[in-house]
Design a protein around this ligand. Structure first.
Ligand code: CP3
Length: 365
């Protein structure tokens, strides 16, 4: 049974009316909405001058760990763009730090975990998962502040990395790319791999629960690197753990599962029980729906090419029209990019895109 059918059967309704009835949450549940809701992955980021100004005063990790600043950049981006949801400003890697893996961000090489896990015995470095989640108190304080500052009908999206993607960072020590060390660990130490996955799922479900208690009314799980796996490996090494994570999200809170280059996995990803699957630019929205049971069973999110935002206005809006035409006004489509906003993008164009999606989709209703 999908999470959605459980919820409808149980008629769970534990959110304030305007939030429950928001275009975004209605769409997550597959219900009709007056327009197609839209938000952009990495909507608060380096393409915005206001973000760069804040980053001039604080490093990326300092920003993530300062609830007032994290709230400020989250709310600014949400309001500037006029998007239908805010996503809390944070990072999927923070939980690895509180689990016991020191984390630094270098300007050139991105995230670095300085004591990666390369052998089963090194799993002993990891602390208690509940405690690791509790230690991210700054994130929950940021969620509380942000939820209070949002309009009544705008949901806050909480998030975490998926257990495969986080294990990849923990094992490689940096952005995985080939995931060679991860694959070696996964194949050669299957018991330890499963133990690592269980620790991660326990920590991740605890942090999601705490973000929800602090005001998040939807969650997105980022599985950025899982697209490199074959179907059989996904089914063997990933699916059971992802399924357990999704099942632990409290009822009434939609789950979006996002991955990149996952076209060959969409049906397996949908079978993990998510309410919404993220579709990147390598996968066709209609095909994703066709392979996962269609709008009656699951919602989809995507999938404008983030690179298209570097084009002129007419081309961007035509690209948006093509995405809307694929979804054809059916309920259960959240408009987004296929991946995060590029730092070279023009914020005014991003804003024009959002406005266009609202107007053009309302006309299709
Ligand atoms: O979407 C949002 O606006 C919310 C904030 C958010 C960030 N990272 C902020 C960020 C979210 C949801 C993430 C998730 C995240 N973090 C993922 C999954 C999504 C994806 O892109 O696939 C991953 C893989 C990470 C890890 C991470 N964080 C990397 C690899 C990097 C370096 C690459 C880069 O673009 O700089 C980051 C840094 C990061 N996370 C930035 C932001 C705004 C840039 C930091 C800066 O200001 O310099």
């Amino acid at each position: 049974m999908t999470r959605r059918s459980i919820r409808i059967a149980g008629n769970v309704r534990n959110l304030p009316g305007p939030l429950w009835d928001s275009a975004f949450l209605r769409t997550c549940r597959g219900e009709a909405a007056p327009h197609t809701p839209v938000w952009l992955m990495r909507q608060a980021g380096r393409y915005m001058k206001e973000y760069r100004d804040v980053r001039g005063k604080a490093s990326f990790l300092e920003l993530c760990k300062d609830p007032a600043l994290a709230c400020e950049v989250t709310l600014f981006a949400r309001q500037f763009l006029g998007v239908d949801a805010a996503i809390i400003f944070s990072d999927i890697l923070l939980i690895l730090e509180t689990l016991g893996l020191p984390l630094v961000f270098t300007p050139d090489d991105g995230p670095q975990l300085t004591r990666p896990i390369r052998s089963p015995t090194q799993l002993g470095q990891l602390g208690d998962p509940e405690q690791a989640a509790a230690d991210l108190d700054v994130v929950y304080r940021a969620c509380r502040l942000t939820a209070m500052g949002l309009p009544a009908d705008i949901p806050l999206i909480g998030f975490c990395g998926a257990p495969f993607t986080l294990a990849s960072y923990a094992i490689e020590g940096h952005s995985p790319k080939q995931s060679a060390q991860t694959r070696r660990f996964m194949y050669r130490h299957e018991d330890a791999w499963n133990r690592l996955q269980r620790i991660l799922v326990d920590a991740l479900s605890a942090t999601l629960r705490r973000q929800i208690e602090a005001g998040a009314s939807c969650v997105q799980i980022f599985d950025s690197w899982v697209g490199g796996l074959t179907r059989i490996d996904f089914a063997t090494y990933v699916q059971p753990h992802l399924t357990r994570l999704v099942a632990q999200v409290p009822e009434g809170i939609p789950v979006i599962l996002f991955g990149t280059s996952t076209g060959h996995l969409v049906d397996l990803i949908a079978a993990c029980g998510a309410d919404v699957i993220g579709v990147d630019t390598t996968t066709d929205l209609v095909e994703a729906w066709a392979r996962t049971g269609g709008p009656d069973r699951i919602a989809v999110q995507g999938n404008l090419d983030p690179g298209l935002l570097l084009a002129d206005r007419d081309r961007v809006l035509a690209g948006a029209d093509a995405v809307l035409a694929a979804a054809a006004g059916r309920p259960g489509h959240i408009f987004n990019l296929g991946h995060g906003v590029l730092k070279e993008s023009d914020p005014e164009l991003a804003k024009a895109l959002v406005e266009h999606v609202h107007i053009a989709s309302a006309r299709r209703r």
